[in-house]
Design a protein around this ligand. Structure first.
Ligand code: P6P
Length: 347
């Protein structure tokens, strides 16, 4: 029996969508088949492969020996390292070997950048990443994520310190994250909008889910660890008191940045990790946590701030530099900033 025109259109549309893989989308985004477009498409494809490998491991972690729990080591951040942190970190390294694409990898889990020698003569890209963000959630089967940022290597990096990475967040070529939740979601931007893909395990492909995601200009959610209240400056405390005393706000906090950020991106509101007495510069790392998410939120029409300046303007002085982070809907980030500004005026 012949299909009606509308049935044919729907089925053609769903076939087109199933064929809109990440690598094809990157080429469409760049509207080019040139060398750089091909490079970025290949890099995104490799990141997608890393996401599939990590997603597969997470989905069976509870059934496999030696996957969950701690290694007994501490990383450069002074944090206890989970076995999953190491596995995920190694996955990102492995997927870029013999790729000719990425010469250097800078990770939360490695003190120094990792060089892939066979790539370095021609690979002019650097991957900065947090392999498993929120790993405290891994052992209790709650969402975790990977965060990534791609930068172009500038200069020859002869001392192996990758000092050319110490530039502001506007230098990022691409940024995104993979959210390991009920489904595995990849969100990315090349500077031309924010787009999401969902892993279809039956295809082994990330399939386009949503294009040009825009964060609502305001949302009800504020996402912060209120257990740090006693450590905050008065401006943040006054903001939290305002949240407590006014209708229309609700608190959501998972302890994993990627999931908390994704909620804000999709529903609006603000995520904040301010400086504290113990960590005046904040906890979150600039180059592979805050800056990639700031790149995304600005592409989605939102705002990211340290509380004093635009997050993307911050220039790090070291690879693992940290910053306070206030990120989300334009109006909600501005509200937080207004309390910070008022508290300085009162000093
Ligand atoms: P706290 C996870 O360790 C992480 O780096 C982010 O994913 C998360 O937003 C934050 O730290 C949670 O920190 O101090 O609230 O436990």
């Amino acid at each position: 029996m012949s299909q009606t025109q509308s049935e044919y259109t729907v089925s053609q549309h769903s076939l087109d969508r199933d064929c809109t893989t990440l690598s094809r989308h990157v080429l469409e985004q760049l509207n080019s088949f040139g060398p750089e477009a091909q490079d970025l498409s290949a890099i995104m494809n490799r990141i997608a492969l890393a996401g599939k490998l990590i997603s597969r491991r997470l989905s069976r972690a509870g059934l496999m020996a030696g996957v969950l729990g701690f290694t007994g080591e501490e990383n450069i951040q002074g944090e206890s390292v989970k076995k999953m942190d190491i596995y995920a970190n190694d996955v990102f390294i492995s997927v870029f070997k013999q790729s000719g694409l990425v010469c250097r990898l800078a990770s939360e889990e490695m003190e120094k950048p990792y060089y892939i020698p066979e790539n370095c003569p021609i690979g002019r890209y650097t991957l900065l990443y947090d392999p498993i963000d929120g790993s405290s959630n891994v052992d209790i089967n709650l969402n975790v994520g990977s965060i990534f940022s791609i930068r172009q290597q500038q200069g020859e990096d002869l001392d192996g310190e990758a000092k050319d990475l110490f530039q502001d967040g506007h230098q990022q070529l691409a940024a995104g994250y993979i959210l390991y939740g009920p489904s595995t979601l990849l969100v990315y931007s090349l500077g031309n909008g924010v787009h999401s893909f969902i892993l279809d395990p039956s295809l082994g492909e990330f399939i386009l889910a949503e294009e040009n995601i825009k964060v609502p200009v305001h949302g009800p959610v504020y996402s912060v660890n209120e257990g740090n209240f006693w450590q905050w400056d008065n401006g943040i405390r006054d903001y939290i008191r305002y949240m407590h005393r006014h209708e229309g706000y609700t608190a959501r906090y998972s302890g994993a940045l990627v999931g908390d950020f994704h909620r804000i991106l999709m529903q609006g509101g603000v995520f904040l990790y301010p400086g504290t007495v113990k960590k005046p510069e904040g906890k979150l790392r600039l180059l592979y946590e805050s800056a990639p998410l700031a790149f995304l939120i600005e592409q989605a029409g939102g705002k990211a701030s340290t509380g004093k300046e635009n997050l993307l303007d911050v220039i790090p002085d070291k690879l693992h530099a940290r910053t306070p982070l206030i990120i989300g809907s334009l109006e909600d980030v501005k509200l937080v900033e207004s309390f910070i500004e008022d508290s300085y005026k009162q000093k």
